[in-house]
Design a protein around this ligand. Structure first.
Ligand code: GCB
Length: 665
């Protein structure tokens, strides 16, 4: 990625101007995260207002990219400080215009929206709390409301919010101005890491020329990627709920812990309802256990005729605040399920689970990484058509709206944090580690109650052969386990088994390999030998179950070659078949999953190995199947048929779309 240089002074100064704020913030962010981050849901005590749509937007092309701060653009409407364009939210800003400078822009961009706050939210003088919440914004965000800074957040892919009650209550009836400054600069200490490189050779590059280098293989889309909402709670409110579940055949226990903010004097009552609305258990107080006789367990898709069963935990809080009674109600969906790992198996509800699924990206034409309901539902339909029971959120946490559907449909998730491309030695230092710990805290805080999430992945393909990786992953994985003892932890490795310093600390070995592609390109015949050796070496060394967490080949749809040649649809299919024959032997032993790289073609930086992006999708970026999709579909349904104890749900007809309706009910 290249851009016009930000400032006309020495390189070092330019680097500082651009990166300073992000780097300083990375240092500050080392504190543990505080409070809950419940998904905003309406209830009798909570209202919600979506702020999606058109926002005003300006990229700061000034020398140094810092005009917005120097001129304090947040103090008045953005249109008064210069030209603005319309920008959709949620969406990445990169592909919205025809301007290549904006597509490849690095630095600060500014968003603004003026919103009318409902009068009733402001009437009763601070007994209503008004919260401004961002589902995610990439990468570093500073938010002002009516010119007052309300929150600063480092990192894309995870939510952040601010209580803005006092600010909006100061000026009822007038438009409330929300201004966001967003910086997509990556440093060696951000997640993912990156670096700015200034090209000072004036015979080869124009003055002040720089590029942002990254070591990951997807386009560094930026913008307000997920929904922005305003929601209310009473001033005494349910801040967080943590639920864990255990079960035996005839009874399940739902253990809960609730935190309330705003008063010490409150009471809590809980009722757990089934899908018919019948109360199956009740409780009270901030922690305890609910006993559920004859529970309906949460089962993965294709493992049960009724996958994704969720109860609804209604938490009711009553309190007095300054003599005024307050009530808050929050309803949390709860799936009852257990997860265990043995040396050869991954057990969900005590039964062996085989991951037959995909790796995805949040990526599409025009909107980039912006949330898009039509795309989300289409993807779930394709996943179920494929017979996929799982995916990994490669290489960052996905939208909460996606995670909700995983819970609902029973799609099992390996939940990955944005620890991708950690290759530079300096990215293994304390500063990076501290930030990584915080990101895991934020991720677990957000997704801890999701039954679909069965394992955390703390990184993808780090340089785990470097000696500092040992301490780094030991600390990171121990921290993750301390935060959530109920789930196994992994990271995804492409390092040789003999020199991987992180692998001793994981519960499941996740390994990526591209035999016949990046290694021995064009030589499909090497796959059986090399893949067998890969599995045997890892198992011999660690005696832990193994997931083939990536394998794949690029294919250009419509490009044909027989005998199969690289980039043709035939080659992608042939590669799959070679891999599958080894999986079929090893899944009888300790291989517990296979996740194709990738579900769909996706955008990357430009480069000699990328043809308008990465083409390893089994679907195109527009979600049309390549030939490989049919190979995988046949295989996944076959595996599901073999292992399922419930024949009717997997009795699909190969090409019928109406069968999908049956499958999902
Ligand atoms: C990998 C990476 C993934 C890439 C993929 C590829 O190992 O984990 O992010 O996109 O290979 O296609 O090169």
């Amino acid at each position: 990625m290249a851009a016009a240089a930000p400032c006309g002074v020495a390189g070092q100064c330019r680097l500082q101007l651009l990166v300073l704020v992000v780097a300083a913030a990375a240092g500050r962010a080392a504190a543990a995260v505080r409070g809950g981050m419940l998904y905003p849901r309406e209830s009798p005590s909570r209202e919600l207002k979506e702020l999606g749509g058109i926002w005003s937007f300006r990229a700061d092309f000034s020398p140094g990219r810092d005009a917005g701060f120097e001129q304090r653009w947040y103090r008045q409407p953005l249109r008064q400080t210069g030209p603005v364009i319309d920008m959709p939210v949620p969406a990445s800003f990169n592909d919205i215009t025809q301007d290549p400078h904006l597509e490849n822009y690095i630095g600060w961009v500014w968003y603004e929206k003026e919103v009318l706050i409902p009068q009733r939210w402001l009437q009763d003088d601070l007994s209503t709390r008004v919260v401004l919440r961002f589902g995610s914004a990439h990468y570093y965000s500073i938010v002002w409301v009516n010119g007052v800074q309300v929150v600063e957040h480092e990192g894309g892919h995870l939510p952040f919010e601010a209580d803005i009650s006092r600010i909006v209550q100061r000026s009822p009836g007038v438009l409330c101005r929300i201004t966001v400054a967003l910086n997509n600069t990556l440093t060696p200490h951000t997640l993912p890491p990156g670096s700015i490189q200034y090209m000072n050779d004036r015979t080869r590059y124009p003055k002040n020329y720089f590029v942002q280098n990254t070591r990951f293989d997807f386009f560094n889309y930026a913008g307000i990627h997920r929904p922005v909402v305003l929601y209310t709670t009473p001033s005494v409110y349910i801040d967080d709920i943590t639920v864990t579940t255990t079960s035996s055949e005839s009874v399940a226990m739902v253990r809960y812990q609730i935190s309330v903010v705003g008063s010490e004097l409150y009471s809590l009552s809980l009722s757990l309802r089934d899908q018919e609305g019948k109360v199956v258990a009740t409780g009270d107080g901030p922690s305890g256990e609910l006993k559920v006789p004859n529970p309906n367990l949460w089962w993965p898709y294709l493992m049960h005729e009724n996958p994704g069963y969720r109860y609804f935990l209604e938490v009711k809080m009553q309190a007095q605040a300054s003599g005024v009674p307050q009530e808050d109600i929050y309803t949390l969906p709860v799936g009852i399920r257990t997860v265990h790992v043995t040396s050869t198996q991954f057990l969900i509800n005590g039964k062996p689970f085989y991951f037959h699924g995909v790796n995805k990206h949040e990526d599409a034409d025009i909107r980039g990484k912006g949330l898009d309901w039509a795309l989300i539902v289409k993807d779930f339909n394709l996943l179920r058509w494929l017979g996929a029971n799982s995916f990994r959120t490669s290489h960052y946490p996905y939208a909460e709206e996606i995670m909700d559907l995983c819970d609902t449909y029973g799609i099992v998730v390996i939940d990955e944090c944005p620890g991708v491309g950690i290759k530079m030695p300096e990215s293994f230092g304390n500063k990076s580690l501290q930030h990584h710990l915080v990101v895991m805290e934020e991720l677990i805080r957000r997704d801890k109650n999701r039954p679909s999430v069965v394992m955390w992945s703390v990184a993808n393909e780090p340089a785990s052969e470097l000696p500092p990786a040992a301490y780094y992953f030991k600390t990171l994985i121990a921290h993750t386990k301390a935060l959530d003892p109920s789930r196994p932890v992994t990271f995804v490795s492409d390092t040789n088994y003999a020199v991987d310093h992180g692998a001793p600390y994981v519960d499941v070995i996740c390994v990526n390999s591209y035999f016949s592609w990046y290694h021995d390109p064009g030589h499909l015949e090497v796959i059986p030998l090399q893949l067998t050796a890969q599995f045997e070496n890892w198992y011999k060394t660690y005696q832990k179950p193994i997931i083939q967490s990536e394998y794949g080949a690029d294919s250009i749809p419509g490009l044909h070659s027989d005998p199969p040649a690289m980039f043709s649809e035939e080659y992608q299919k042939a590669m799959l078949k070679e891999y599958h024959s080894v999986f079929d032997k090893k899944r009888k032993e300790y291989v517990i999953g296979e996740l194709i790289w990738n579900f769909a073609d996706f955008m990357t930086d430009q480069g000699t190995t990328r043809v308008l992006g990465n083409k390893k999708g089994i679907f195109t970026r527009q979600r049309q199947p390549k030939s490989a999709a049919f190979v995988l579909r046949e295989r996944y349904w076959k595996i599901a048929n073999e292992s399922s104890c419930v024949p009717p749900i997997i009795n699909h007809s190969a090409h019928s779309t109406s069968s999908m309706g049956l499958l999902t009910t």
